[in-house]
Ligand binder design. Structure first.
Ligand code: SF4
Length: 235
């Protein structure tokens, strides 16, 4: 069996056991399977604070990436800085084309005229570039966050990016997240204290419970980064 086949078999085995493992145990096994070819995505919402703390306990060399859309809240930048300072790390940063270039190519306020295209340019394409160097990525998505996320698996194949995607906090409740943040006195995005349940770009985020403050007045629910699919056996 080649090294690649061994990794595929190990990932498949972990996928089938993932839902029954405690979060720390799942992360330990995840790191064992993917080791340095694992990238953790951070959006600096409350789940990112938890995920960063958990991952660094398991593997101090964890690689983190963030997507700087150029339209992040000052509070999000502040959270980014405080987390880097607390853990003595530097995140990898990926960006889309600059905003002026976007305006020249697609017109003013693409986030209003075509938010799906705007997310594709500012989030999805930069993430795709970031993921080209790894075999698995990790997100803070939780099933409780929305109807669309209800079927999120702890570990699933991500066909769009051609790699594995882990959601270690899939089964965590909002209460679990806040309990962990307070128990470990973690830095977190202060916008949560001002009624923002979910936090994205300045132009597309309002206060609201859960994800109801995102893309208000449109039918858009997701930026396109998290397209969940069934387990391998369900294809
Ligand atoms: S959340 Fe809004 S501003 Fe940010 S990339 Fe998507 S459409 Fe553009």
């Amino acid at each position: 069996m080649t090294h690649l086949e061994q990794r595929l078999a190990a990932a498949g085995d972990l996928q089938h056991r993932a839902e029954g493992l405690a979060t720390e145990q799942f992360l330990m096994e995840l790191v064992k399977v993917f080791h340095s070819r694992l990238l953790v995505a951070c959006s600096f919402q409350k789940e990112s604070s938890v995920l960063m703390d958990l991952m660094l306990r398991v593997d101090p060399n964890t690689r983190f990436v963030t997507l700087d859309t150029g339209l992040l809240f000052p509070e999000t930048h502040s959270t980014w800085e405080r987390l880097e300072e607390r853990y003595g790390i530097r995140l990898e940063v990926h960006r889309g084309i600059d905003l002026e270039q976007q305006r020249l190519l697609f017109g003013d306020e693409l986030w209003r005229t075509d938010p799906t295209a705007c997310c594709e340019i500012r989030k999805v394409a930069p993430l795709t570039a970031a993921l080209s160097t790894v075999d698995a990525w990790v997100s803070g998505v939780r099933r409780e966050q929305s109807v669309e996320r209800r079927s999120t698996k702890r570990l699933a194949w991500d066909p769009r990016n051609g790699l594995w995607k882990a959601n270690p906090l899939a089964g965590w409740t909002e209460r679990d997240v806040w309990h962990y943040i307070r128990e470990h006195d973690l830095p977190y995005n202060e916008l949560h204290d001002r009624g923002y349940g979910s936090i994205g770009c300045t132009h597309c985020t309002l206060p609201g419970a859960g994800r109801e403050g995102r893309w208000v007045g449109t039918r858009k629910q997701e930026c396109g980064l998290h397209r969940e699919i069934p387990t391998v056996g369900d294809f």
